[in-house]
Write a protein that binds this ligand. Structure first.
Ligand SMILES: Cc1cc2nc3c(=O)[nH]c(=O)nc-3n(C[C@H](O)[C@H](O)[C@H](O)COP(=O)(O)O)c2cc1C
Length: 427
């Protein structure tokens, strides 16, 4: 099954069983998709009496899986592939019947078989008549499933479809999604880690309205912030002027100039170290003396331009690693830094290009005092600033030596962000 371009760690297998609350599941799927999850729906035969397969296939953008003993659906041991695929299994609504079958370890339809075969955590959202819920058989099944690691969300109290008022109503879809996301984010090697990301360009102002900038769109940094958040990290994003929405759950600080970018990052790092600081922003490397605080008229601008004094700006990454990274005083708490280096390398045979990028990357890694650096060749097809995809080499210290890992052919920036996080975990 393809992983798609969504960040890994958000694959939800939704099992819909045959309760009346199944009619709410298209909304549930939509809420999962809006939260950045990839959703595969499995229905029990009884569920098909309560909700349309077509609705679920449309909102999940995947065919619904229903039958176990079907050569077309099954393909090459499809039920095991299905069980291996998700990061989380959600059963909503969970009938008394499916709870009982799962407790007994039955595998008499696709849903029960997947529940038996999966190693992913399972979140159940039960829904049934109050008496069915309170029945000692159901309560004993719950206790058994809990003792095996299953978690439950709901049921709620309220008006039930059968006319009763009481416990047994499926908890509302947004609350199921919130519980599922909390479970997804509490897992994995980035859970509880703090990540600081800088993204986008900065501006060097010549007058009040005119500035020099670069082609960075912020896409790579935002993708990295989102992937880190999805992987469970607590993420702060310091963003230059870009047209991008803040990824859900990420704290964002907006800046405009290189000095503001430095001040914002320094402010963060001086409070508490971060596990990783990913410096993805394309910070302007020139400052100007003689700029105007007001808008210059055209004629004034023409006379002023040749007299402007350009000088190199503070090297934000090097300045921060010197204080809070590898250059921090011995024994002081320190953060680890990942730099990004966009390089242009003249065309030539692939292995020579690679060697040249490694040489440039090593020099940058040392000069910046970073712990790792991602080097890409801007201008190459599918790589760099305005591209939706990216590729490059990750150079990271392995003791005193420097290890090099290639990300492979260009892939979506979201997928590359996940690749980088996986690589950094072992760095
Ligand atoms: C109209 C109607 C509504 C039902 N609602 C529920 C329900 O909310 N919860 C439940 O556990 N069973 C409910 N059932 C019973 C299940 O549909 C039945 O136990 C079925 O075998 C469940 O199959 P499944 O667990 O494979 O989906 C309902 C049955 C009917 C006819």
């Amino acid at each position: 099954m393809s992983q798609g371009t969504r960040p890994r760690g958000r694959r939800v297998l939704l099992i819909v069983s045959g309760g009346i609350a199944a009619y709410k599941t298209p909304e549930l799927v939509r809420a999962f998709v809006a939260a950045g999850c990839e959703v595969q729906v499995v229905m029990t035969p009884a569920a098909a009496a309560f909700v349309s397969e077509l609705s679920l296939a449309t909102v999940s953008t995947r065919p619904v899986r229903k039958r176990l003993l079907d050569p077309e659906e099954e393909g090459h041991v499809g039920h095991i592939e299905l069980a291996d695929w998700p990061d989380l299994v959600v059963v909503a609504p969970a009938t008394a019947d499916l709870l009982a079958r799962a407790t007994a370890g039955m595998a008499d339809d696709l849903a029960a078989t997947v529940l038996l075969a999966t190693r992913a955590p399972v979140l159940w959202a039960p829904a049934m008549n109050t008496n069915m819920w309170r029945h000692p058989a159901t309560q004993a099944n719950l206790a058994t499933l809990r003792s095996r690691g299953a978690e439950f969300v709901g049921p709620d109290r309220g008006q039930l479809a059968c006319g009763w008022i009481g416990e047994g109503r499926m908890i509302d879809p947004p609350l199921i999604v919130a519980a599922a996301l909390a479970k997804l984010e509490a897992r994995g090697p980035w859970a509880g880690k703090r990540v600081l990301v800088s993204a986008g360009p900065t501006r060097t102002y010549i007058d009040l309205v005119r500035f020099v900038t670069n082609a960075s769109t912020g896409a790579m940094g935002f993708a990295l912030a989102e992937a880190a958040r999805h992987a469970g990290a607590e993420v702060t994003l310091v963003a230059g002027p870009v047209e991008l929405a803040t990824p859900q759950g990420v704290r964002r600080v907006d800046v405009e100039t290189a000095e503001q970018m430095y001040a914002a990052l320094e402010g963060e790092l001086s409070q508490e170290p971060y596990d990783w600081v990913a410096m993805v922003a394309a910070v302007q490397d020139l400052e100007v003396d003689g700029g105007a605080a007001r808008k210059l008229e055209k004629a004034e601008l023409l006379t002023r331009l040749p007299t402007l004094g350009w000088r190199t700006a503070r090297d934000v990454l090097a300045a921060l690693t010197a204080r809070y990274g590898r250059g921090a005083p011995a024994g002081a708490p320190r953060s680890r830094f990942l730099g990004f280096a966009a390089q242009t390398v003249e065309d030539g045979p692939e292995d020579r290009l690679q060697q040249e990028l490694i040489r440039l990357g090593e020099a940058k890694l040392r000069a910046k005092g970073a712990d790792a650096i991602f080097v890409n060749r801007v201008g190459a097809p599918g790589v760099g600033f305005a591209s939706a995809t990216n590729a490059g080499l990750l150079l990271a210290y392995d003791g005193e030596a420097i290890a090099v890992r290639a990300s492979g052919p260009p892939i979506a920036k979201a997928a590359l962000a996940t690749w980088l996080l996986d690589a950094l975990v072992t760095t």
